[in-house]
Design a protein around this ligand. Structure first.
Ligand SMILES: CC(C)(COP(=O)(O)OP(=O)(O)OC[C@H]1O[C@@H](n2cnc3c(N)ncnc32)[C@H](O)[C@@H]1OP(=O)(O)O)[C@@H](O)C(=O)NCCC(=O)NCCS
Length: 188
């Protein structure tokens, strides 16, 4: 198990998954206010809401030794979004659990970056972090995110109605994917 206050960095072929820098706040807020990036979310984020995502990520590293990493393209040094681990705070029958998730600026889509960063996050989750299972979920409409889940070996478990969205909301129906340590190990 990782210790609290552990702040690891992960390196892949093309990416650096690192701790957040002051210079990330502005481009992160811009992507969270981009209607294309936020198509499958109920609302665009304000600057304060965007900043709060970073603050929660840092708090989780402090508390559990894992979190959402800021993702940077090694070759250019460009910040492109986040990938990593989070602990959902709403109530649902499959929670508590650790979630794996990703959000990239649209200019970075279509390169395999989310999948590459997610594979490194999985290896961290089932390696140093010592987790036994991860979940991932998204609106049923969000096919690109579901393709990332499938590419990294997650299995569709069920669909559910997100409890924070009102009945009939266009994004209420969600998919839930899971991957266990045993499934991940057998794919290595
Ligand atoms: C979800 C999201 C990260 C997926 O981005 P993505 O670019 O489609 O996913 P990847 O980075 O894994 O890239 C895979 C795509 O790049 C293509 N690709 C191009 N070059 C590649 C390479 N060298 N290696 C791998 N894939 C490559 C793949 O063919 C694939 O395209 P396809 O899905 O059309 O077949 C992105 O849509 C996003 O940030 N959305 C907004 C936020 C969001 O919805 N997050 C999830 C909420 S739960």
């Amino acid at each position: 198990m990782t210790a609290p206050n552990h702040r690891p960095e992960l390196i892949t072929d093309r990416l650096l998954l690192r701790q957040w820098k002051d210079s990330d706040y502005e481009p992160f807020a811009a992507m969270n206010a981009d209607p294309v990036v936020m198509e499958h979310f109920p609302a665009l984020s304000t600057r304060a809401e965007s900043d709060a995502v970073i603050e929660r990520a840092e708090a989780l590293f402090a508390e559990r030794g894992f979190g959402l990493w800021a993702v940077e393209v090694k070759e250019t040094g460009q910040f492109i979004g986040f990938t990593g681990l989070a602990v959902p705070r709403f109530e649902a029958h499959f929670l508590p659990a650790v979630e794996i998730g990703w959000r990239l600026a649209k200019d970075a889509w279509g390169n395999g970056y989310a999948t590459e960063a997610a594979r490194a996050s999985l290896a961290y989750a089932f390696g140093p972090a010592g987790l036994e299972e991860l979940v991932s979920f998204t609106a049923t409409t969000n096919k690109p995110s579901q393709r990332v889940m499938e590419r990294i070996g997650m299995t569709h478990a069920e669909d559910f109605d997100h409890p924070r969205l009102p009945a009939g909301h266009r994004l209420q129906r969600h998919v839930l994917y899971r991957i266990s340590r045993a499934q991940w190990e057998s794919s290595q």
